[in-house]
Design a protein around this ligand. Structure first.
Ligand code: PMP
Length: 429
């Protein structure tokens, strides 16, 4: 209600011109005009701490990325049907970060396109149509991918060939008297037989390696192995969606699936890959993509042009030269340790979890019932925004604070985050 008149007018114009489905975050919307590292600045020069943006993984406006793309755009940006050495160089560098079984890559412009291609290939390879995902999964916006993204809600009903399984929450497994590994194996078996009952064989199990939209379930990093065994036994493929968990986010490994000691059939990449330029990838075991490649032409006009490839190469350079995996471990752990200290006596926090620079804080009405408290979660997020710290929420019940800063988050960012969090927690937690 106290919105600055200029912002109000932009918001009103926006509402009257943009198509369906756009939304603004925060009760009190904000406009940014500049970014640096993990910081965003509004028109008045106020410094906001960005603890939410995984796209700007090496930091907003990183000078090396800026230099790479500005010098490229001055020369050329055209499509990839001409010989382009930078594309091949980048593909080789990227593929070298994967286990050797995953040795082919196709580029796209978004995570949705990466998943769309992955599922097409999986269906063609297996000659099956069935898909298994978790209850609140999100994999993208094309109509095919939306049909296995249940978190989109009623305007995008899940497909008749899609079965939902539970997220890997060890507490739910324990309540059933099972280990998380047993519980998730059972979930895949249930998914496969439900598909069979509806006449579908399994094409693929698609999973975000950190199950972020389900509420962030990083540990124990063992449960994917039994799941994949069941997927393969049913004749399906395992597609690891690394749009959230990839490019060093987990700290201990470049890719989230590696924490589980498994090798997917297909891996999809996006968001942080171009630090904001549209660049995504689908990485394959060659045998899985071979027959599809013999029978299909895949031309994606804007994908892997010189400009996004220049950005992608600069991102890999910076991840390595600035030791960002190590940074994710050090500052992610400091963040979770500080959070534990702040909320240890709170009746409203039932769990703090995560790995590297991906952290969830689960907010409940009381610890005994464990009932999700979405309203308090949203209040907390809005209060942080008022104090110029940006986060959002995730989880099927919208009650998990999602803290996912750029990988360049440093110790003074952690200190500022924890001090502000602590002030608000005194009132709300
Ligand atoms: N997969 C996951 C796990 C995602 O989080 C997202 C985007 N939030 C996507 C796929 C889709 O990516 P894009 O928005 O680039 O299409």
């Amino acid at each position: 209600d106290n919105l600055d008149p200029r912002l109000r007018s932009i918001v009103e114009r926006r509402m009257s011109i943009l198509g369906p489905g756009y939304s603004l975050i925060y009760r009190n919307p904000v406009e940014f005009v500049e970014g640096r590292g993990a910081h965003l600045f509004d028109r008045e020069g106020n410094d906001f701490l960005d603890a939410y943006n995984n796209v700007a993984c090496v930091g907003h406006s990183h000078p090396q990325v800026v230099e790479a793309i500005t010098s490229q755009i001055k020369k050329l940006n055209t499509n990839n049907r001409y010989v382009q050495e930078s594309l091949v160089d980048y593909a080789e560098r990227l593929v070298a970060t994967f286990p050797e079984e995953l040795s082919r890559v196709t580029f796209g412009c978004s995570g949705s396109e990466a998943n769309d291609l992955a599922i097409r290939v999986a269906k063609f390879y297996t000659r099956n149509q069935g898909i298994i995902v978790t209850r609140n999964a999100y994999h993208g916006i094309t109509s095919e991918v939306a049909s296995f993204s249940p978190s989109l809600g009623p305007t995008s009903p899940i497909g008749p060939n899609v079965v939902l399984i539970e997220a890997p929450d060890p507490r739910v497994a324990a309540a059933e008297g099972l280990s998380i590994d047993e519980y998730m194996r059972k979930e895949i078996k249930r998914g496969v037989s439900e598909l069979a009952r509806h006449g579908f064989g399994l094409a693929a199990f698609v999973a975000d390696s950190l199950f972020t939209s389900d509420g962030i379930f990083a540990d124990p990093a063992s449960y994917l192995k039994p799941m994949i065994e069941e997927v393969h036994a049913a004749g399906g493929l395992y597609i690891a969606d690394e749009v959230q968990s990839g490019f060093g986010r987990c700290g201990d490994t470049m890719w989230g699936f590696q924490r589980h000691g498994i090798i997917p059939d297909i891996v999809t990449l996006g968001k942080p890959m171009g630090n904001g330029l549209p660049l995504s990838g689908t990485v394959f075991r060659p045998e899985v993509a071979y027959e599809f490649g013999q029978n299909c032409r895949y031309f994606n006009t804007f994908a892997a042009s010189q400009l996004p490839i220049a950005a992608g190469a600069a991102v890999l350079d910076v991840i390595s030269s600035e030791n960002l995996l190590e940074n994710a471990i050090v500052h992610g752990e400091a963040l979770r340790k500080g959070l534990h200290e702040i909320v240890k006596n709170s009746p409203y926090v039932s769990d703090i979890r995560g790995v590297g620079l991906y952290t969830g804080v689960e907010i409940v009405a009381d610890r005994d019932s464990g009932a999700p408290d979405k309203r308090r979660t949203e209040q907390f997020i809005d209060e942080l925004r008022e104090r110029r710290i940006l986060i959002r929420s995730c989880g099927g019940e919208g009650n998990v604070l999602k803290i996912r800063p750029p990988l360049v988050f440093n110790s003074s960012d952690v200190t500022r985050f924890l001090e502000t969090f602590s002030d608000i927690a005194k009132v709300l937690l």
